[in-house]
Design a protein around this ligand. Structure first.
Ligand code: ADP
Ligand code: ZN
Ligand code: ZN
Length: 753
């Protein structure tokens, strides 16, 4: 077992032996620190402190919260370097043994400083040294005296009588419920003073301990669903890749599998992409299960987040749904992990501790010996490859659930067409037909703002960001130029800075421009724009989408925010304005991403009884990738791409890592990477099994006034790459140059720039 490997420290039987704490501290340094036990307690009292316990400790001039990793009786540090810790935050370790091991493994694998990795895994309040206590929900219940009261008592105080009655029915009512019931705290106070009720904190388990599991009956599974359900074994580790189109019934399989896990008294951890945790998704779980569903979404404040975390650790939360970082939720009785939309890039953290929640889900499930389901309509090439090589079991759903039929696809060739703000005439005609039939249309364009840039019609000048190698986006609401890479903003110029011409025109399409064009083309139809700008305010997404869910004829126009998590039952036509962006991407994952995104968007159409249609506009209708994707589907495209990856020695056939460096002075970053390459080659010379590429400029060389470069490692196997990276990181840390540039290591990078 891994446990004994990691925490094998000698049993300390002599009370006089010295005692040291090995501690992880949130610093960028890749090492562990030794401390003495607190000065005011006897050493033998400290020897039982558990790994995973949070400690207050002095570090330089500061006091920090660190994590105890081991108690030992030897140290390399000299006596004058050693300081005592100040004490523990609380007795119970914040990290369960299982979670601590997972984090240490991940810190190692992703070349992250241990302290940073552990801190990323903790709720913010624990990082700040708060104690993890479950506050429980405040509420009221009857006292003995209250219970003895005859029916119809307190006739003259109707509201108080109502509260008593409710308590007789339900035993407990939370404070927050009072208002919804037409009551307020004064009614409760009156009853408290009469001694008829008392305050009582409810722990979730009290409400969840008895009664039925399900609130709503499961749908009778289709033949395919039944087969998939029967293939998922709950008693051991096994990864199932549930590969089924949008609407094929994957979520129903999750729900029915979770029900079985709950029946056996265990917990289910469900991970969804960052923008996939919609109220709709949550509502579907809550409708199905009578047990509390705990959601770790971005709307929670730190306190709520901590409460949810504790409930999971104590086993009171039975179903936990969250985004990437929820993979670090402690679980008392783990039964299954489910990760939906497994191909989604948001499962990889792109800064700091650069872990992949999907890959860690595999590691965690394996260590816990529980099943993992990875679901997607467009699985990543990595997962498809794992299914091909039988590391994962492949479960395919080929048909749509219920009566829905797959959408039909039509390619519109944009070459030599006169466009109306990006729309081809036949696209507009098709939209008009749907709208007049009372249906909904979704227009997808993956660029927010009015237009990607501003152009001078006389000299060809384009609005560039002064701080990045990038163009500035034109925004109309409010009017300004905005760099989406460094956030720099400036007013729209009236004249061209080069030739002083006043003939400046927005170039290309963004969501704002499409919205404006559609308002002109369809003046009587509601146009709903969904992008980062229109959904900034809290709950604005729900408000915007309300008419859509009510089934009104309307046009939705938006970015990929529309592509995930939402179900639009009345959308019968999906228009993809410009499919070409991913075709010529500098990133080798570009075509894969394009395919996934287009399929996800297309999957919004025809979910229910109404058949759907997809129109894809392109300047490259003959491109083999476009042809394959739209005429044959995602899987033939994936085959094609996998063959290309194989030929060009890229993942999933090889393993990559990037060493990135950036600096305001380009020569420093470059020199750092040259040095890194030299050191690496001394440790491990170039060979077919491990080769180096770079230093190269990043796709956007300058961003926010920093110059960015990378060194790529490409290995046939994981382990030698791991060993090299960890030795290299140690050596780099000691270089003077390492303190003059910003650098980081990215293992299994998802973005190549
Ligand atoms: P996915 O998660 O693959 O997009 P869902 O599980 O959300 O698919 O199913 C799509 C739609 O089909 C939902 O409205 C769901 O209620 C319905 N559905 C799923 N399974 C069945 C079934 N066995 N019988 C009838 N309807 C089903
Ligand atoms: Zn000009
Ligand atoms: Zn910029």
């Amino acid at each position: 077992m891994l446990r004994s490997q990691v925490f094998h420290y000698p049993v300390i039987n002599s009370m006089s032996q010295p005692l040291y704490f090995e501690v992880a501290i949130p610093t960028p340094l890749r090492r562990r620190f030794d401390y003495l036990p607190p000065a005011d307690i006897a050493p033998h009292a400290a020897k039982d402190w558990q790994p995973g316990t949070l400690l207050h400790l002095p570090f330089g001039q500061q006091t920090l919260v660190g994590v105890l990793l081991a108690v030992k009786n030897h140290t390399q540090a000299s006596a004058d370097q050693l300081k005592p810790v100040l004490g523990r935050v609380e007795e119970q370790p914040a990290f369960t043994a299982e979670l601590l091991e997972l984090c240490l493994w991940a810190a190692d694998y992703y070349q992250s400083p241990v302290g940073e990795a552990l801190h990323t895994a903790l709720p913010a309040l624990l990082r700040q040294g708060e104690v993890a206590v479950l506050s429980g929900e405040q509420g009221y219940r009857l006292t003995q005296e209250g219970k003895g009261l005859p029916q119809g008592a307190l006739k003259r105080a109707a509201k108080q009588a109502r509260l008593l009655e409710l308590l007789q029915e339900r035993e407990w009512i939370s404070r927050s419920e009072l208002e919804a019931l037409g009551l307020n705290p004064t009614h409760a106070r009156a009853l408290l003073q009469k001694g008829l009720i008392e305050e009582h904190q409810l722990r979730l388990s009290e409400s969840a301990s008895s009664g039925p599991l399900l609130r709503e009956a499961p749908l009778p599974p289709s033949e395919e669903q039944a087969e998939a359900l029967a293939s998922i074994h709950l008693d051991r580790f096994e990864v199932s890749l549930l590969d089924g189109a949008t609407g094929s019934g994957k979520t129903e399989i999750y729900l029915q599998t979770i029900a079985k896990v709950l029946e056996s008294g265990r917990q289910a951890l469900v991970l969804v992409p960052e923008i996939g945790l919609t109220p709709q998704t949550l509502a579907r779980f809550q409708r199905r299960f009578a047990l509390p569903v705990v959601a770790l979404h971005s709307g929670l404040n730190d306190r709520e987040r901590l409460q949810a975390w504790i409930k999971a650790r104590e086993g009171e939360a039975r179903i936990i749904i969250g985004t990437r970082s929820a993979i670090f939720t402690p679980l008392k009785n783990p039964g299954i992990i489910i990760l939906d939309e497994e191909h989604d890039a948001s499962f990889k953290q792109q800064d700091g501790f650069r872990y992949s929640a999907r890959d860690l889900a595999v590691v965690r499930a394996s260590r816990l010996n529980i099943p993992l389901i990875l679901g997607s309509a467009t699985p990543s090439l990595e997962s498809l490859h794992n299914a091909r090589t039988k590391r994962y079991q492949l479960l395919r759903l080929r048909r749509r659930a219920g009566n829905a039929r797959p959408p039909s696809v039509q390619l519109v060739d944009l070459r030599r067409l006169a466009l109306h703000d990006g729309f081809a005439p036949e696209t507009l005609a098709a939209m008009a037909t749907e709208i007049s039939a009372g249906n909904q249309v979704l227009v997808f364009i993956n660029r927010r703002g009015f237009a990607p840039t501003l152009e001078c019609l006389d000299c060809g000048w384009l609005a560039q960001c002064n701080h990045c190698d990038a163009r500035m986006t034109v925004h109309q609401q409010p009017r300004h130029l905005h760099c989406h890479h460094c956030d720099h903003q400036r007013p729209l110029p009236r004249r061209c800075p080069e030739c002083h011409s006043s003939r400046l025109e927005p170039l290309g399409q963004g969501t704002e421009r499409s919205e404006t064009a559609l308002r002109q083309a369809f003046p009587a139809t509601p146009i709903i724009r969904v992008d980062r700008d229109s959904t900034r305010a809290k709950d604005s997404m729900d408000r915007l989408l309300q008419p859509v869910h009510q089934g009104q004829a309307c046009i939705l126009v938006g970015t990929q925010m529309l592509a995930k998590g939402h179900h639009f039952a009345d959308v019968t036509l999906v228009v993809i304005l410009d499919a070409d962006a991913g075709l010529f991407s500098a990133d080798f994952r570009g075509p894969e991403r394009m395919g996934q995104l287009l399929l996800q968007v297309a999957g919004r159409a025809g979910r229910a009884e109404k058949p759907g249609r997809v129109i894809l506009q392109s300047h490259h209708v003959d491109h083999p990738l476009v042809q394959t994707l739209m005429m044959q589907g995602y899987h033939p495209l994936a085959e094609l791409l996998l063959n290309e990856r194989h030929a060009s020695q890229l993942p999933p056939f090889r393993y990559l890592a990037l060493l990135r460096a950036e600096s305001k002075r380009p020569e420093l970053a470059l020199e750092f990477l040259r040095l890194a390459r030299q050191l690496a080659q001394q440790l491990c010379p170039s060979s077919p099994a491990l080769h180096y590429l770079g230093p190269l400029p990043a796709a956007m060389e300058r961003r926010g006034d920093r110059f960015r470069y990378l060194l790529q490692f490409n290995a046939a196997q994981r382990r030698p790459l791991q060993q090299l990276l960890s030795q290299l990181a140690q050596q780099l840390e000691r270089q003077a140059l390492a303190r003059r540039v910003r650098w980081s290591i990215d293992v299994d990078p998802q973005e190549m720039n």
